[in-house]
Write a protein that binds this ligand. Structure first.
Ligand code: FES
Length: 159
C-alpha cells in the first residue's frame, strides 16, 4: 500500500481538526469526516491517533468507520469504476459487466488495483436507467454497455 498519504503534514492537519472538535458533542463523526478529507481514507494508523487524542476507545472508532459506507479503510485508486446494480441495470445484465471488469482489472468489487489506478465498486441507480446497463468512471458515464466494450473503455484510462 502506498504510504505517502500518511505523511507528517497530514497528521499535523489532523491534530488541528481534533483540537477544533475535542469536547464537542458528535466530535467523532466530524473528525472522521474531515480526516477522510485529509487522508482520502481512514486506515488504522489514522484511527489510532483519533482514538487517543479524542479519548474514544479504538473499538468505537473502528465501529463507526466500518458502519458507515461513506468511510473507507483503504485508499481509492485514481479512477473509481462504479457499476450500477439498480433494477434497470440489473435486468439488463449488469452482472456480466461486473464479471468483465473483474476479469479485466483482476480485482473484486470493493478492491483497488495493485498499481493504484482503479477502485472497483457497485452503486445503486444513478438515474440513467434509459442507458442501462451503466457504469461510471469518476465523472464519466458509459451506457448501453456490452461486455465486449469494457476492455476498450478501461484501456483509455490505463495509459
Ligand atoms: S438502475 Fe442503473 S441507472 Fe438506474
Amino acid at each position: 500500500m502506498p504510504t505517502s498519504f500518511l505523511c507528517e503534514e497530514n497528521f499535523a492537519k489532523l491534530d488541528k481538526v481534533i483540537d477544533k472538535y475535542k469536547g464537542i458533542g458528535g466530535a467523532l463523526m466530524m473528525v472522521l469526516q474531515e480526516a477522510q478529507g485529509i487522508f482520502g481514507c481512514l486506515p488504522m494508523e489514522v484511527q489510532k491517533v483519533i482514538s487517543q487524542k479524542l479519548d474514544v476507545p479504538l473499538a468505537e472508532v473502528y465501529g463507526v468507520v466500518t458502519f458507515y459506507s461513506q468511510f473507507r479503510l483503504l485508499p481509492t485508486g485514481k479512477y473509481t469504476v462504479s457499476v450500477c446494480l439498480g433494477t434497470a441495470c440489473y435486468v439488463r445484465d449488469a452482472q456480466k459487466i461486473v464479471d468483465a471488469i473483474k476479469q479485466e482489472l483482476n480485482i473484486e468489487l470493493g478492491e483497488t488495483s495493485k498499481d493504484g489506478l482503479f477502485t472497483f465498486e457497485a452503486t445503486r441507480c444513478i438515474g440513467a436507467c434509459g442507458l442501462a446497463p451503466v457504469i461510471t468512471i469518476n465523472e464519466e458515464v458509459y451506457g448501453r454497455l456490452k461486455e465486449s466494450d469494457i476492455k476498450e473503455i478501461l484501456a483509455k484510462y490505463n495509459k
